[in-house]
Structures are given as structure tokens and as C-alpha cells.
Design a protein around this ligand. Structure first.
Ligand code: HEM
Length: 590
């Protein structure tokens, strides 16, 4: 059974028996009662002390936002080792949680519900304890939703900010086993190199983002990506039953055009595919799924912290070993072609060719092997991150045919006016394609690829909402719940790109509790600051190009059983991946 946010509008008084059965969490109407029993946790003999620390729930967080600008810090009840995941305690976890703690039972299919639920109970400023995240045995993570507070944390981090990858300990371990200097192998400091936050990270990061992150660099890859997207779009009817695979292949094809200036045509069923590409796609998805599973599952995280190699770790290692072999073979073949001067024009303008040039220049302190390690990370990160973003947009477009039609009309006028019918960087700017941009912004509001993708460290004591947060704490930014609160956004369950069109809606939100949604921090899923995803610009370009191409070529509608995004299940893999239903696809031009 699957639960969506609508079922969690608990404070609106809707009961949800499904929620009771699955999440084991009290539905709203019963929430108040459960809170009072929470508050009695200590007295009623709960073995751990924090259960009643938090629960002053007389005000909803939004009431706070309107009437009391400074929210009070609340505390999600937690236990040693397992943190807020009380349910994960062997044998007695469920009983303990149901009896005393009543924390949302997070699983791989309910992140939106869980985040919304936490917001409703604990407001916009709370602490939680997540095994494997943060320092020490009792690693507090502060969650904020106010962009100005998060900006304070980002600013004070200085030149060496914490990155999300720092939590990916098994990745650092695998890299070190493989002698990857990128992750600090062979170095005396234990900062994990690129996966840490020192000078080594900065060196690799500067090298990696050159020719990738600036608007001009990213725009340079657009013609190649547009071509890859055009070819990929031919595969839509073939993959109508399995568009998840289609978009993974399309993301692969588009990134290959950036990385190597190559047309891999994996998503096009009419062209034979290289079996190594097909295998790579699967391995990229699987490896990151295992990796995330190891930090998501509290038992895995605890075992990992104790140095135990679990079955999931072993699977991760096998997958990465194979992935490495495939990638290194491709990189070596490209290098050899480069050395022989046999690259064609699009290959010569590719990211990897430019990176080889930079690596071989006399000023470079990057070795060829380090360059290959960077390329491996980038290729690994380029498949299902991008497709997860695209998938959710397609869910909304295929369940809101009026929106799809409006987008089609916007795009059609551009290609009709062009000589070759190709999409270009110029056509897809916000001023030329405002509706396309608004569609992606609205998709991100309702179904971000993950509710909280920004975690930063405090390098000294810092004041957040008037509370002194000690040095060395983790602060996470949750950008999801406020945008789905009916007290903040009208009809939050309705997909309305018009909310993001022009200046008028922005002006209307000014001075209201919805104003935060216009902050840059809420705009996209790539985090902010120096650690912001280096692939963000090309990923956005890829998303815009494949969505636009597919909508220009096909009318895509969800089956009758899928009336809205709420009927679409999702699973936490690298990110939250929507399970796209079998779609009806009709060619726009037969
Ligand atoms: C829609 C697709 C994508 C999303 C949503 C996404 C999101 C993110 C996020 C949230 C981070 C963490 C930022 C932080 O630490 O604060 C990140 C880091 C990273 N991403 Fe992406 N990403 C996407 C696509 C890509 C692509 C296509 C690449 C290929 C170049 C890539 C490469 C990386 C790398 C290497 C890092 C680590 C950067 C660092 O720690 O300095 N990502 N990404």
C-alpha cells in the first residue's frame, strides 16, 4: 500500500486507516491524544529519556510562521545508536515506538509523507538523530526550513564546506581499496579527499567543474544533447510500458554526448546498442541504490560505522568493481584516440577531451589516473539522478493534459520558427520558454527528487532562530513541506505552473508565509554554495531538452487508473524514483 501527502493532511481532520496500518503512526485526529501520551513518556516508564523533549504541538508550524516569526526548537524523540529510527531496534522496536515514541516509520516508499508528518508535529525547526550522519554516538541534526537561517550556515562554512558525499563512507572505502587518490588513498590525512572538505576536495572540485558548470560551458554542450535527445525520443513508443528504463537510457545518451561527444543511442531501439553501455546503465543505478541503502537503513549505517562489511556493502563493491572496469576501458580507448589525433570535431569539443588537455598542460597537478577517477564519479552520478528529475515532471505532464498541451504550444512555436527543427539553448531560456521553466519548478515543489538534499556543518557556534547551535553540528534544509501546506499554498495538490509565471505571483507571496518559496534555496534540487552539484547546469539542460523533445514528438497520457501524481508509487534509490505507469503515447506528427 502506498501513501501520499494528501493522506497525511492529518491536521485537516482527515482520517487515514491506511496510514495507521502501514506507518504505524497516529493519524491526525488522534495526533493530539498521542502527543499527550508522548509528553508522559518519561513518567510512564519509557527506558530512554528524550521522548517528551519535543512535544509542544499546540501551534502548527504555519501558525508559528504567521504569528510567531521565531519558531521554537523541537526534538524528535530518539534512542542511542538508532536515533529517531526507534522501530529499527531488534525485537522491541515496533512496540517501543508504538507505545512511547510514535515516530513516523520511514521506509523507502514514504519520504514525502514522513517529511510532511515531521513538519506537522515538530514545525520548521527541530533536531533529529540519524545514525551514520553527524559526529559521534548521539549525532544531532538540526533541520531548518527558513532559507535565511540556512544561508547563515552556508556562509559561515567558508572555503571548505561539507558536501553530501561526505556521508557516503562506503564509497570512500571502495575508492581507497582501489587506490583512488581522489578519496585520499595513500595520504596521511584521513579527510577522504574529494569526499571530504579540505584542500584536496577543492583541487579536484576546481578541476572537475571547469568546462562544466558555467552557463557558457554548459550551453556549449546543448547542440549535442539536443541531438542525443532527438534520437532518444524515437524510443518513446517502444518503451511506453517501461519509461523508467527509457529515461535512464536517455540520461545516459545525453551525458555521453557531453562527456565524450558521442552518440550512444541507447534509448533508440532502432539502433543496436553496445552491451557495455546497457550494463553500465544498470550498474550505475544499482551501485548508487546500494550506497544510499547503506546510509538510509539505520542497521546498515551502524554496522558500517563499526567497520562491518554487510551483504549490501559486498554487493556495492562487486557492482563498483564491474562499473570501474567498463568505464576505465572506455576512458582508455578515448585517451588512445586522443593521443593518435583521431577524435572527430564533436569528440574534440567534449568535456573529457577538454579535461585531457587541461590535465596534460604543464601547470596541471592532476595525474591521468586522477582524471579517470573524476570521470568515473561523474559518469556514475549522471544516470538516475537526472532521470529521477525528468520522471516526476513526466508524471505531472501525463496527468495534466491541459498543461502538456500548453507546453507543447510554447515549444512548437520555437521549432516552427527554426530552420532545422532543432531545439537550441536560446529557445530554452526562461524568457523564451517561461512555461517550461514553470513546469519544472512546480514539479520540484510537489515532488522534489528528495525533500532534503542540503546538509551543512557548523564550523563554530552559530545562532539559528535564536538558539545557539554548537560547532560541529549538522544542519539540514528541508525544502518540501512548506510548499505542500494548504495554509501556505492554495490547492497544494494541484499542478499549476502558473504559480511561477511572471512577477505577479511573486508579488502576491511577498510578506506572506509563502514568500520563502521564492528563495533560491527552494528553487531546485542541487543544493547551494560551493558544494552545489557541479552537474547542475548540464542536468537542467538535459532535462529541458529531453522533456521538450518528447512533448514535441508525442502526446503522452497516463492510464485512467492514474488520475494524479498521488496514484504513482515511488522508491528511494539514488533519489526518489517515480514508478512510471504504462503510458498511452500518440505521435504528434504521424
Ligand atoms: C537532476 C540531476 C541531479 C541532481 C538532482 C543532483 C543533485 C546533487 C546534490 C544535491 C549534490 C550534493 C550537493 C552538496 O553536497 O551540498 C550533488 C553533488 C554532486 N553531483 Fe549532482 N545531481 C544531479 C546530476 C548530476 C550530474 C549529471 C553529475 C555529473 C557531473 C553530478 C555530479 C555530482 C558530483 C560529482 C557531486 C559532488 C560534488 C561535491 O561534493 O563537491 N550530478 N548533486
Amino acid at each position: 500500500m502506498h501513501f501520499r501527502t494528501s493522506q497525511l493532511r492529518l491536521s485537516r481532520g482527515h482520517t487515514s486507516s491506511a496510514l495507521h496500518s502501514r506507518v504505524g503512526f497516529m493519524a491526525t485526529v488522534r495526533l493530539t491524544a498521542s502527543f499527550s501520551s508522548h509528553a508522559q513518556g518519561k513518567e510512564s516508564g519509557c527506558p530512554f529519556g528524550t521522548v517528551n523533549a519535543a512535544l509542544d504541538v499546540s501551534n502548527s508550524s504555519i501558525q508559528q510562521a504567521k504569528s510567531a516569526p521565531t519558531p521554537t526548537l523541537k526534538d524528535v524523540p530518539a534512542v542511542p545508536f538508532f536515533g529517531a529510527f526507534v522501530n529499527a531496534i531488534p525485537f522491541i522496536g515496533t512496540w517501543l515506538n508504538n507505545t512511547f515514541y510514535k515516530n513516523p516509520e520511514a521506509n523507502r516508499h514514504n519520504a514525502y509523507d514522513t517529511h510532511y508528518e515531521l513538519y506537522k508535529r515538530f514545525g520548521t525547526f527541530y533536531t533529529t538523530y540519524i545514525p551514520g550522519m553527524g559526529e559521534g554516538l548521539w549525532p544531532k541534526v538540526y533541520i531548518v526550513m527558513d532559507p535565511e537561517e540556512m544561508k547563515k550556515v552556508i556562509r559561515q562554512e567558508g572555503a571548505y564546506p561539507r558536501g553530501l558525499v561526505e556521508g557516503l563512507k562506503p564509497m570512500a572505502k571502495w575508492m581507497k581499496k582501489n587506490g583512488f587518490k581522489l578519496a585520499g588513498a595513500g595520504s596521511s590525512d584521513d579527510n577522504n579527499g574529494f569526499l571530504g572538505r579540505g584542500e584536496t576536495w577543492k583541487k579536484y572540485r576546481n578541476f572537475m567543474q571547469t568546462d562544466l558548470l558555467s552557463p557558457t560551458s554548459a550551453a556549449g554542450y546543448v547542440p549535442g544533447v539536443a541531438n542525443a535527445a532527438k534520437i532518444a525520443s524515437r524510443g518513446v513508443s517502444h518503451y511506453a510500458r517501461d519509461l523508467n528504463t527509457f529515461f535512464n537510457y536517455a540520461a545516459f545518451d545525453m551525458f555521453q554526448s557531453i562527456m565524450f561527444g558521442r552518440l550512444s543511442k541507447l534509448a533508440d531501439p532502432n539502433t543496436p546498442s553496445d552491451p557495455a553501455d546497457v550494463e553500465f546503465c544498470q550498474l550505475a543505478v544499482d551501485s548508487l541504490t546500494y550506497l544510499i541503502q547503506m546510509s538510509d537503513d539505520p542497521t546498515e549505517a551502524i554496522k558500517g560505522a563499526m567497520g562491518i562489511e554487510t551483504e549490501t556493502y559486498n554487493k556495492y563493491e562487486r557492482t563498483m568493481d564491474r562499473l570501474k572496469n567498463i568505464v576505465m576501458e572506455k576512458l582508455e580507448a578515448f585517451l588512445a584516440k586522443y593521443e593518435r589525433g583521431e577524435l572527430d570535431e564533436s569528440e574534440r569539443n567534449s568535456y573529457f577531451a577538454l579535461a585531457i588537455q587541461r590535465q596534460q598542460s604543464e601547470h596541471s597537478d592532476i595525474t591521468q589516473f586522477e582524471l579517470m577517477q573524476m570521470a568515473l564519479i561523474m559518469l556514475n552520478a549522471s544516470v538516475d539522478t537526472t532521470s529521477a528529475f525528468i520522471n516526476w515532471a513526466l508524471v505531472h505532464l501525463s496527468t495534466n493534459m491541459d498543461v502538456q498541451e500548453k507546453l507543447y504550444q510554447e515549444l512548437k512555436q520555437h521549432v516552427d520558427a527554426s530552420e532545422d527543427g532543432m531545439l537550441s539553448a536560446d529557445m530554452l531560456t526562461k524568457s523564451k520558454s517561461p512555461y517550461l521553466h514553470a513546469v519544472l519548478r512546480e514539479s520540484h515543489r510537489m515532488t522534489p527528487v528528495y525533500p532534503s538534499l542540503m546538509f551543512k556543518s557548523t564550523v563554530g557556534d552559530i545562532e539559528l532562530h535564536g538558539v545557539t547551535v554548537p560547532k560541529g553540528s549538522l544542519v539540514g534544509f528541508d525544502s518540501y513541506p512548506i510548499g505542500m501546506d494548504p495554509d501556505v499554498v492554495d490547492e497544494p495538490e494541484t499542478f499549476k505552473p502558473e504559480r511561477w509565471m511572471g512577477d505577479e505571483p511573486v508579488q502576491k507571496r511577498k510578506g506572506t508565509s509563502a514568500e520563502v518559496l521564492d528563495s533560491v534555496m527552494y528553487r531546485d534540487p542541487f543544493s547551494q554554495g560551493a558544494r552545489r552539484c557541479p552537474g547542475s547546469r548540464v542536468a537542467v539542460n538535459e532535462t529541458q531538452l529531453i522533456l521538450s523533445r518528447v512533448i514535441l514528438d508525442w502526446k503522452i497520457s497516463a492510464p485512467n487508473s492514474v488520475k494524479s501524481y498521488k496514484d504513482v508509487k515511488y522508491t528511494m534509490k539514488t533519489l526518489l524514483v517515480a514508478h512510471l505507469p504504462e503510458m498511452t503515447v500518440e505521435a504528434r506528427v504521424p
